[in-house]
Structures are given as structure tokens and as C-alpha cells.
Design a protein around this ligand. Structure first.
Ligand code: SF4
Ligand code: F3S
Length: 114
């Protein structure tokens, strides 16, 4: 099992989750974080830490967010690890709970979209 970062993290990236993860299994892209499924130990700490409820236990993923399981696995394998909390993105408040955020996900510095 694993925990999964979902769409509401896009363009917010509060990173409180990073500060509580005991195994440092978060990986950082330009506007999203991903959890490496092979490294997560299912401790549950990050769910409450995220101020905008972007993280789910894999078993609790709503149907419309299940594709984020593959997205986390794919991106966690190409992005660098993040181990320290940092400032949220500048427009984090504005982007909270915006619909259709997946189209804004940036996979690389070259602005390649998912
Ligand atoms: Fe890290 Fe625990 Fe969240 Fe897994 S459930 S990503 S180990 S804080
Ligand atoms: Fe994203 Fe929430 Fe972590 S917004 S960076 S999943 S604290």
C-alpha cells in the first residue's frame, strides 16, 4: 500500500507533508509533490499535515483520483527528493480547490505537461 498526493497539491505545494514524513519519500517537481510508493511506510502522518487535504491513503482514493497512483509512481522516479519544508507557492491560496488542476501539472522544467 502507499499514500498518494492528488490534484489539489498542484500549484499550491505547501510542503508541510515533507516535514512529517519519517522516511523522506517525497519528490519535488515544479508545481507538485509525489510520494514514492515503494518507500512510503503507510504511517499516515502526511494526511493531517497537508492543510488542503491533498493526500490520501491508496485505499481511500475516490474513483476520480485513482489515476494519481500512477502519476505519483512515475514522477517520484524522475524528480529529486525533497527533505525540508519550504514556502508554499506564491498563489497557493488562489489555487486551493480549483477544478481541473491536472492540466496545469508540470512534469519538468521544460514545461512538459502530463
Ligand atoms: Fe511519508 Fe507516512 Fe505519508 Fe507515507 S504515509 S508519505 S511514510 S508521511
Ligand atoms: Fe502538496 Fe499538501 Fe504536501 S499541498 S506539498 S501535499 S502539504
Amino acid at each position: 500500500m502507499t499514500y498518494v498526493v492528488t490534484d489539489n497539491c498542484i500549484n499550491c505545494k505547501h510542503t508541510d507533508c515533507v516535514s512529517v514524513c519519517p522516511v523522506d519519500c517525497f519528490y519535488e517537481g515544479p508545481n507538485f509533490l509525489a510520494i514514492h510508493p515503494d518507500e512510503c511506510i503507510d504511517c499516515d502522518a502526511c494526511v493531517e499535515a497537508c492543510p488542503i487535504d491533498a493526500i490520501y491513503n491508496e485505499d481511500d482514493l475516490p474513483e476520480e483520483k485513482k489515476h494519481f497512483l500512477d502519476i505519483n509512481e512515475q514522477l517520484a522516479s524522475i524528480w529529486p527528493q525533497i527533505t525540508d519544508q519550504k514556502e508554499p507557492m506564491a498563489d497557493a491560496e488562489k489555487w486551493n480547490n480549483v477544478e481541473g488542476k491536472l492540466e496545469h501539472l508540470i512534469k519538468s522544467a521544460a514545461d512538459e505537461k502530463c
